[in-house]
Write a protein that binds this ligand. Structure first.
Ligand SMILES: Nc1nc2c(ncn2[C@@H]2O[C@H](COP(=O)(O)OP(=O)(O)OP(=O)(O)O)[C@@H](O)[C@H]2O)c(=O)[nH]1
Ligand SMILES: [Mg+2]
Length: 257
């Protein structure tokens, strides 16, 4: 609980039996529940999560986006936080993110992986891929988001109804940021965090996922254009002219019956 609001952490997991236990063990006291979405694991992920007190939600359709959406539907919190089940995102940064969310009245915060405390640098191919994807996203959407591929974000559950999440794959990560940052009624923010070393085997297919995510940025831009084109232009709607005073009072008088 944080300032009277329940906080759920949603963790999509595909074969993360080594990492999930460590991630859950590091949860700070302000977290009310951990929802581990077991996405077609063939190892002991579900058992490891249950033993640590997490609620395990099975998702039989394989995909990062499917797993996230199943987790959001199952989460009971007023605030939802996401991270991987692999130890790369720091649970101890959650109190600070929550503090900023409340003090600044922000609806959506995405965590930018800033640097590793133990000095590890990421694989140069991945750094380049992330730079290309984030740069393309900035150019297409005019939003300054440095880490478009981060898997850690936090949002008020009430904004979910305003987010049109179409992706069932890894592209959900960029899509949710695009939806939040381009929505005029949602206050969004990017905050730096430390990142840690990955526990267990990466599920990312760098070339396949990277190229698909690049394609998805263009597809989503086109989808948003069509959506905005369908919206009625508010300014063009003629405002009805006020009825002459005599007519109004006559109508009111007659309306009572
Ligand atoms: N790639 C992928 N991840 C999934 C899927 N379902 C659940 N996940 C989980 O989603 C999280 C993200 O996958 P990762 O392999 O960590 O991908 P990444 O964070 O881009 O790559 P790393 O930096 O190597 O961790 C992990 O907790 C996975 O176990 C899926 O279908 N595909
Ligand atoms: Mg990861």
């Amino acid at each position: 609980m944080y300032r009277g609001k329940r906080v759920s952490v949603v963790i999509p997991c595909h074969n993360e039996e080594d990492g999930i236990a460590e991630v859950i063990d590091q949860m700070p006291d302000c977290i009310d529940e951990v929802v581990c979405v077991d996405n077609c694991s063939t190892d002991n992920t579900a058992q490891a999560a249950t033993e640590r007190g997490a609620r395990v939600v099975p998702e039989s359709r394989k995909g990062y986006g499917y797993a996230h959406k199943a987790g959001y539907a199952a989460a009971k919190g007023d605030i939802i936080v996401t991270m991987d089940g692999d130890g790369t995102y720091p649970p101890d940064s959650l109190p600070l993110l929550l503090y900023v969310m409340f003090e600044e009245n922000v609806d959506f915060i995405t965590a930018r992986r800033w640097y590793s405390k133990n000095g590890d640098t990421k694989n140069p191919i991945r750094l380049l891929g992330n730079a290309v994807l984030s740069g393309t996203m900035m150019l297409l959407y005019f939003k300054f988001i440095v880490d478009s591929q981060s898997g850690m974000w936090m949002f008020k559950k009430e904004i979910l109804a305003d987010l049109d999440l179409t992706s069932d794959s890894m592209a959900l990560s960029e899509e949710i940021k695009i939806e939040a940052f381009t929505h005029p009624g949602i206050r969004s923010f990017e905050m730096p965090i430390y990142y840690g070393e990955r526990i267990g085997v990466s599920k990312l297919n760098v070339w396949r996922d990277g190229l698909y995510n690049l394609f998805f940025l263009f597809k989503k831009r086109f989808m948003l254009r069509k959506k905005h084109a369908r919206r009625p232009a508010v300014a063009a709607t003629p405002t009805p002219a006020p009825a002459p005073e005599a007519e109004v009072s006559e109508h009111r008088a007659g309306g009572v019956g």
